[in-house]
Design a protein around this ligand. Structure first.
Ligand SMILES: Cc1ncc(COP(=O)(O)O)c(C=O)c1O
Length: 439
């Protein structure tokens, strides 16, 4: 288990997070329950902000809010001096409802709807990252009709194959994201954006994938991006003043992953910042304002999910299952990507693991598994199981599958706790069901 800043074992053998006893949290709020450690988020944000300033200078860390989006997290991100990236009208609305400063927001998406572009422009959002030829034109028209000029970046695909799951690789030649460097689309999109009234092209954006550990992949992306900045300068006589190099820094889920201290995460920022600084110097480019967009590494390890163990099923000589009161409706990542997690019995942390269990969700799907082959002490109905590193892409990917309510999320600090997101009730689930007149 990763018993560092976030998690400790209390004198009573219970798992503690942010100074709070997990079994007490489970009793107070019920399970399933997403729990976030405020200090972890503040510490890692502070390290990122400080390292970017020290190593590179002018720039901003944008919290990639798709990792976990709710009003509270935008308020916390703002306090931590972060900007944020949003990828839909819904995320934009959530951020603005939390009074997040619009000029610190960046909008992404491979298919932004006209109404999303209009909403962003009318909200005076900092940047829009365009990802299609027609989007540049549509955005220009929306801006012109409102007498506005919108700062934009273009999402490009520099063709860096990072070693991570196929579904979270985004810079392969066949990716749905970005204008490719390889087939000439990136240069065509730049020419189009420079001719389009209503948009002000400030630079390029890339995001090579997620859960990437090799710093070299990020450095390679920086080299390819700055080579392209040089090409644009030489061929078009135009110099960009901004660059956005995305997120994707890998975090600890199981012992197969690198285990970094909070300070250790600065390595990623340092690698990108130093490579960019030296590339800019070497290629004699204007030093661009640098955006980085980590999501998973800000909230992933800050969060855990608590469940209550239900039926334990032992298929003699084949497999043990422990079923939980949650499942793929609160965490679809194993079903989606085969993601791995560390699971612990939170009320008996000092008991010796003796058997392997698969942790099964309660949905009517064989694929509804949260984690396979977890080495645990003998598990009994009523035990509190904690799945670790669930702060990113869990709540934000939750659904009402099988009409299960999405669990609440709480924030903890120095043993105190409060809701970030309240529990859904059954009434919430039927709230938008209509009395359809055709029935
Ligand atoms: C454009 C963009 N930026 C940033 C991120 C955040 O990546 P991560 O959460 O791995 O840091 C993503 C994730 O998919 C993304 O698509």
């Amino acid at each position: 288990m990763n018993t560092r800043e976030t998690l400790k074992i209390g004198a009573n053998g219970h798992l503690m997070i942010g100074g709070a006893d997990c079994t007490e949290l489970a009793a107070k709020y019920g399970t399933p329950l997403y729990v976030y450690d405020k200090k972890y988020i503040e510490d890692i944000s502070a390290i990122y902000v400080k390292t970017l300033k020290e190593v590179y200078g002018e720039g901003r860390i944008l919290y990639a809010s798709k990792a976990f989006s709710c009003k509270g997290i935008y308020k916390l991100a703002e306090k931590c001096d972060l900007g944020a990236d949003v990828v839909s009208g819904g995320e934009l609305y959530t951020a603005l409802s939390a009074q997040f400063p619009a000029d610190r927001l960046v909008l992404h998406g491979n298919n932004k709807l006209d109404r999303e572009l209009t909403y962003a422009v009318e909200s005076d959002i900092g940047f829009i990252v365009c990802d299609a030829f027609d989007e540049i034109v549509r955005l220009g028209e929306i801006c012109k009709s409102r007498n506005k000029v919108q700062n934009i970046l273009l999402r490009v695909n520099p063709g860096v194959e990072a070693h991570t799951h196929h579904f979270v690789q985004t810079a392969t030649p066949d990716s749905k994201f970005g204008f490719s460097f390889m087939n000439g689309d990136a240069m065509k999109a730049i020419r189009l954006a420079l001719q389009t009234e209503g948009v002000n092209l400030r630079g390029l954006h890339c995001h090579i994938g997620s859960q990437i550990f090799e710093k070299e992949s990020f450095s390679l992306a920086v080299r390819k991006m700055t080579d392209f900045y040089l090409r644009v300068k030489t061929e078009l006589g135009y110099e960009f003043d901004t660059i956005n190099l995305g997120g994707g820094f890998g975090i600890y889920y199981t012992d197969e992953d690198r285990k970094l201290s909070v300070e250790g995460y600065a390595e990623y920022i340092r690698a990108v910042g130093e490579t960019l600084k030296s590339c800019v110097k070497e290629k004699n480019l204007k030093k661009p304002f640098l955006f980085l967009e980590p999501g998973r590494s800000i909230v992933g390890e800050a969060g855990i999910t608590l469940y209550t163990a239900g039926s334990v099923k032992k298929i003699e000589g084949i497999k043990n299952y422990v079923a939980i009161d949650g499942g793929m409706f609160d965490n679809p990542r194993h079903a989606l990507y085969g993601s791995k997690y560390t699971v612990v019995v939170a009320n008996r942390m000092n008991d010796k693991p003796c058997e392997k269990y698969s942790v099964a969700g309660k949905c009517c799907e064989s694929g509804d598994i949260i984690a396979e082959d977890c080495f645990l002490p003998e598990v009994h109905r009523g035990d509190i199981l904690a799945v670790l590193s669930t702060g990113a892409y869990n709540y934000s990917m939750a659904s009402n599958y099988n009409r299960n309510p999405v669990p609440p999320a709480i924030l903890v600090e120095n043993g105190k706790s409060d809701y970030l997101v309240k529990p859904q009730s059954y009434e919430d689930i039927v709230r938008n069901d209509a009395d359809c007149k055709l029935i």
